[in-house]
Design a protein around this ligand. Structure first.
Ligand code: 5AD
Length: 357
């Protein structure tokens, strides 16, 4: 057990953007000392405030299809889950979500879905153009999985400016424990490179506490984030879904998720970092805890209420409380209790804001 001075030295070193050795990262990742964790989060907040002030950006999440060709062992919408009730929103339904969202103050829409062959490049490009036409002041983020480079380029040309594709784990053997052999770690990594080369603001991220995850894997995740320098990082606890092969495994914890949020904030000071729905699902105050650990983004659900229960990536996923876009006012109150405030802005990564000015 190291002493407190050693840990605060590590936190300061992180904050000063000095590289930590593997041993030092491991020490922080395994540390459970309360004072150290408080100090880590306090420095993470300071760095977040230096870069983004007290603003919290909101993203309207539109879960537009739960058809998926993939069979990830952890995910409730995997193709092998015959109990999933499949749905697909029409273009008009999606546009209605955006218009409603715009009224509520959203200036970013995240189109998230399974890897659904119905949504060809042509259909998606038309949809993106239609959103941009109706909401020209809003950003469009895609979260639609692995595609080929020319496809990413067509969707970017249609107006999408951001893309979320979690890497899930930066350790190949661990990746192979979470996914069937038909999926490949190298293709996922290739996709992230292609997205970056296309010009998107790119988000990656991992599940925290996924089955088989070790501290060494998390260290590899942090090394990957350092090397890739994503504009966004989405992390949330793994939560078992009862109709998946990983149903019997325990969920990730709030403590490990908030610790990682704070480390990531110090590692990538300007990163856009959401306090995710999964964090809000395992703890009723999860999102506030995430904001207090350095997160600066929330992603309320804008999907039509009738389909929300069907987008069940994991069990007990919250979707009708304060995470629901229509309850944005009560969410705003909760956020202000943390000292932060929801703003009506696109909330681009600082490097992209500078580019467009
Ligand atoms: N628990 C937590 N997160 C999950 N995701 C999928 N299934 C689960 C689960 N059981 C996450 C994955 C994916 C994102 C859309 O949702 O990280 O990239």
């Amino acid at each position: 057990m190291m002493n407190e001075d050693y840990y605060s030295h590590l936190v300061k070193k992180l904050e000063q953007q000095r590289d930590l050795t593997d041993e030092e990262f491991t020490a922080i990742l395994t540390c459970a000392d309360e004072k150290t964790m408080d100090f880590l989060q306090q420095r993470a907040r300071a760095v977040r405030e230096k870069n983004y002030g007290r603003d919290v950006y909101i993203r309207g999440l539109i879960e537009f299809t739960n058809y998926c060709r993939n069979n990830c062992y952890y995910c409730g919408i995997r193709r092998g889950n015959e109990r999933a009730q499949r749905y697909r929103l029409t273009e008009e339904e999606i546009l209605a979500c955006c218009e409603q969202g715009r009224e509520l103050g959203f200036r970013t829409f995240v189109l998230q879905g399974g890897e659904d062959a119905y949504f060809t490049d042509e259909r998606l490009a038309a949809l993106i153009r239609a959103i941009k036409k109706r909401c020209p002041d809003s950003a469009v983020t895609l979260s639609i999985g692995e595609r080929e480079r020319d496809s990413y380029a067509r969707l970017f040309a249609a107006g999408a400016e951001r893309f979320l594709l979690r890497h899930e784990t930066a350790n190949q053997a661990h990746y192979e424990c979470l996914h069937p052999a038909e999926m490949s770690y190298s293709h996922r990594m290739q996709c992230l490179q292609d997205l970056r080369a296309t010009g998107y603001q790119v988000g990656c991220g991992m599940m925290v506490g996924s089955p088989g995850q070790t501290i060494a894997h998390l260290l590899q995740d942090l090394r990957f984030l350092q090397a890739f320098q994503p504009e966004m990082v989405g992390i949330g606890p793994f939560i078992p879904q009862h109709d998946t092969p990983l149903a019997g495994y325990p969920a990730g914890t709030v403590a490990m998720t908030t610790k990682l949020l704070a480390i990531i904030r110090l590692l990538l000071p300007q990163v856009l970092l959401p306090a995710t729905t999964a964090l809000g699902t395992i703890d009723p105050e999860g999102r506030e805890k995430g904001l207090l650990a350095g997160a600066n983004v929330l992603m309320p659900n804008l999907s039509p209420t009738a389909v929300r229960q069907k987008y069940t990536l994991y069990d007990h996923k919250i979707c009708t409380g304060e995470e629901a876009a229509e309850h944005i006012r009560s969410l705003a109150q909760r956020v202000s209790s943390t000292g932060y405030q929801i703003v009506k802005k696109r909330g681009d990564h600082l490097s992209f804001t500078e580019r467009s000015n």
